[in-house]
Design a protein around this ligand. Structure first.
Ligand SMILES: [Zn+2]
Ligand SMILES: [Zn+2]
Ligand SMILES: [Zn+2]
Length: 354
């Protein structure tokens, strides 16, 4: 039988022959007419005329398995990956927050730890803007911080009926807003697109850690931050996320570039980086070997990170190994390796980046 195969949200495709298939919507064998192809399977011409569609994937729906309170349907294929319940959304936010603090260290925790989370049904932001404006995107989350006395009260609201993975990225994004609200100096202006870019960057880094490629692709192709997130991910190859966090806390200006990253408060950054590094190596607090885990460039002077301690050229520091403490002198730091000397034995060694 001759049939058209129509790929939803893509190009129509014509094929000569197709073996009889069952409609993935009404489950009947498709005997005539156009066959539609969808990522969840084929469906028949009769089903294609249904007005009821899954709000997430667009496949026609006969008997909806679930719906949000405002009437958005969810198909049986997607239901297991969709968050409809406020309690589950709140738990997802708290879990994401925990992962972020684990990933970026104590510096990324909130000083005012209480965050109320709630769920909303209608995408009221898009409605308010008539679907236009910078917020129109995927406004599937909002965050707000309110000053009460000396404290900030944080809140996050999340749109119901979204894919769990999407919502997790949104949780990371909104959490970053709260962190920026807490840490940016009063009255300091940071370009709003850049703020959105930094929030997306954190979501990106979270998904990078959990190796969620489809989320990474989504974040990079989302026009929401007007290219900021793409530039920021490139920038973090040289300047780790912590330098950006530090710039928010102690930097000046409303735009971020290499120059502003390399000129902010170096001492404070190193202190914080040290904290973070110790935390991230907590499982190997007393390793048996020396390990070079990073090289940072601040004001043109490279700083090496060896077993969680920072070394400039000529620095002498003690590192605790399983076999006991050793004194190390840093002889040379390059972009890719360091040369060190064991002060006790005089033995020289090259440590390369992993
Ligand atoms: Zn059908
Ligand atoms: Zn669906
Ligand atoms: Zn945002």
């Amino acid at each position: 039988m001759a049939a058209f195969l129509i790929v939803l949200q893509g190009k129509a495709e014509q094929i000569e022959k197709i073996a009889p298939v069952n409609c993935g919507v009404c489950t009947l064998k498709i005997r005539k007419g156009t066959v539609y192809q969808h990522r969840h399977g084929y469906y028949c011409e009769a089903c294609s005329k249904l007005k009821t569609r899954c709000s997430l994937c667009g496949i026609p729906v006969t008997k909806p398995v679930a719906s949000t309170k405002d009437g958005r349907l969810v198909c049986s294929y997607d239901i297991s990956n969709v968050v409809l319940d406020e309690k589950i959304a709140s738990a997802l936010f708290q879990k994401t927050r925990k992962s972020l603090v684990q990933q970026f260290g104590k510096v990324f925790a909130l000083k005012n730890p209480e965050v109320t989370t709630s769920m909303f049904d209608v995408d009221y932001w898009n409605k308010k803007n008539g679907g236009q404006g910078s917020g129109a995107l995927h406004r599937i989350g909002f965050s707000h911080s309110r000053q009460t006395g000396n404290n900030l009260v944080h809140g996050v609201i999340l749109l119901s009926g979204q894919f769990r993975d999407d919502l997790r990225s949104v949780c990371a994004h909104e959490y970053t807003h709260l962190w920026i609200n807490e840490n940016k100096a009063d009255g300091r202006k940071i370009d709003p697109d850049l703020v959105e870019g930094i929030c997306e960057l954190i979501a990106y880094k979270l998904n990078q850690k959990s190796k969620n490629q489809s989320q990474l692709d989504k974040i990079l192709s989302n026009p929401y931050t007007k290219g900021q997130v793409n530039q920021l991910t490139k920038l973090t190859r040289q300047y780790p996320v912590h330098t950006i966090l530090e710039w928010i806390k102690t930097g000046t200006g409303d735009q971020l570039d290499q120059k502003s990253l390399s000129t902010f408060n170096t001492l404070s950054y190193r202190r914080q980086f040290g904290v973070v590094a110790t935390k991230s190596t907590k499982t190997t607090q007393k390793p048996d070997v020396l390990r070079l885990t990073g090289i940072l460039k601040i004001r043109k002077n490279p700083i090496a990170l060896i077993n969680g301690k920072t070394f400039k050229q000529n620095d002498v520091k003690t590192i605790k190994l399983k076999s006991g403490p050793i004194r190390i002198r840093c002889l040379k730091v390059t972009d890719t390796y360091v040369e060190i000397e064991n002060v006790g034995t005089g033995k020289k060694e090259i440590l390369k980046l992993p």
